[in-house]
Design a protein around this ligand. Structure first.
Ligand code: URA
Length: 475
């Protein structure tokens, strides 16, 4: 096995050209982004040409169409541990004459397109949601500073965009891993300088928040529209984002009605409303950590919020619907009867439970009392939407390569599409926002199936989906 350490697209390209010229197949190369990645002792490290053994005499020169080169350059910004290896596999296949690799119908082609799309979307989001905050221009510090947490490595191209747009003004964009400074004439790369948006000293922000609050009308709030325009992972770093979630849930929990009551109450006419809107709809606290989440009403009857569990960088994430009775009591996902089915399916598929991240679309147990038992009730779409912010945070942190949606509620939440149906997508994995999604039945569907045959079939779909997840990682 040959080890290649590359830290940029140009370095990867130089290394890949040389490897192709020497006909080194993808399975003989281990790619890493730093010396510390992977197994340090596997082989000689170094740059592109470090200790390349002459495996075979040089072959024909690698020729790639411009369109493919552009796709590779974009996909190289996609945050995935295996990105360099994957890109090498793509050009290897192209070099062998497999033109399908550029087709979205091909498995690698589909992944490549998905990565490019996710990177372009991240660039677009960063153009739209980076907020520069003005600081006092003292001791040569940049006048404008912005903090952003991109999912993919798009800072260099985004910095070029702002350099073109902002002329001679000095600015800096900081992210958790890197910083770019514009001195009015040139861009400068620097390592990470800030840890969060809180490091920016910003006197003008209060004004902006006041303005945003004043244009926000809870009675007319369309939270879905707002969410689809501003993905919730950006809210926390937008000046207005700090107040958007609380305004959305405040609207859902009473302000909308309060606002309407106020308007109706102020109308002249025969009707008399002798209660103040505040008394009719008392305000609630709007906390924003999961254990205090009040974005919908499910918290009222649940013992606790159940967050996801699993390795911080798990490559597979399983998303269920909502905690059940046992999960609600223990505070852990999939520890009840559905969890037992899932455990069996995981074992049969050869997937270690401890290696995957397990979570739910909705974090509070929704139930109704039947006799002495708390029976599961399917969450409403508005509850799934209210809870999506937590799943989005988990996806952004864990960055799984494959998401397995267990059942229709999970699928709708993962795709952010309330019309998504299992039957349309259950037969094959597909790309969504740069990662694989596999839809399978929910384990409790197996428990509820009417006869042994349907139980077995549903269970086998789950096992096959989990096997497929493993196989995609192998790719
Ligand atoms: N069903 C789910 O969807 N999730 C759990 O955690 C338990 C049962």
């Amino acid at each position: 096995m040959m080890r290649q350490v590359v830290q940029s697209f140009d370095a990867w390209r130089a290394a890949a050209r040389e490897l192709i010229a020497r006909r080194v197949p993808p399975e003989s190369v281990e790619w890493a982004s730093s010396e510390a990645d992977g197994d340090l002792f596997s082989a000689a490290g170094g740059g592109p040409s470090a200790a390349l053994p002459a495996i075979a005499p040089a072959g024909p020169e690698l020729r790639l169409p411009r369109e493919l080169m552009e796709m590779l350059a974009s996909a190289a910004c996609f945050s995935a541990a295996d990105r360099w290896a994957f890109l090498y596999k793509v050009i290897w296949r192209w070099h062998l004459g497999e033109r399908d690799v550029m087709s979205a119908a091909d498995r690698d082609g589909a992944r490549l397109y998905g990565m490019v799309k996710a990177v372009h979307r991240e660039e677009h989001d960063m153009h739209a949601y980076v907020r520069f905050r003005e600081r006092k221009e003292e001791d040569g510090a940049p006048r404008f500073v912005a903090w952003f947490e991109p999912t993919h490595e798009v800072l260099p191209q985004v910095a070029r965009h702002f350099a073109r747009r902002m002329g001679g003004t000095t600015w800096m964009i900081a992210t958790p891993t890197a910083t770019v400074l514009w001195d009015g004439e040139h861009l400068h790369d620097a390592p990470a300088l800030m840890r969060s948006a809180a490091d920016i000293d910003d006197a003008g922000e209060a004004l902006w928040l006041t303005y945003y609050r004043s244009i926000f009308n809870p009675a007319r709030l369309n939270a879905d529209l707002l969410r689809s325009h501003i993905p919730s992972r950006f809210w926390k770093n937008l000046p207005e984002g700090a107040i958007v979630p609380s305004m959305v849930s405040a609207a859902a929990n009473g302000e909308r009605r309060t606002g309407q009551t106020m308007t109706v109450g102020q109308r002249r006419g025969a009707t008399t409303i002798d209660i103040t809107p505040e008394r009719a709809q008392p305000q609630r606290e709007q906390p924003d950590s999961l254990d205090q989440c009040r974005r919908c009403d499910l918290w009222r009857n649940a013992t606790q919020a159940v967050s996801g569990v699993g390795p911080k960088k798990a490559r597979i994430m399983l998303v269920g619907e909502q905690p059940g009775d046992q999960e609600d009591l223990q505070g852990l996902p999939f520890v009840g009867p559905a969890g037992a089915v899932l455990d069996r399916a995981l074992a049969e598929a050869g997937v270690e439970r401890g290696a995957v991240y397990l979570t739910n679309a909705v974090k509070h147990f929704k139930w109704e009392l039947r006799g002495k038992r708390r029976l599961h009730k399917t969450p409403a779409q508005r509850e799934v939407s209210a809870c999506h912010v937590w799943l989005e945070q988990e996806l952004a942190k864990v960055k799984p390569d494959v998401v397995v949606a267990l059942g229709a509620t999970a699928l709708k939440s993962v795709l952010q599409d309330s019309g998504a149906t299992m039957s349309a997508v259950m037969d094959a994995p597909f790309q969504h926002e740069g990662r694989w999604v596999i839809a399978v039945y929910h384990p409790s569907f197996v428990l509820r199936a009417r006869d042994e045959d349907s139980r077995r079939q549903a269970y086998e779909v789950i096992v096959a989906g989990l096997r497929e997840a493993l196989r995609l990682l192998g790719d």
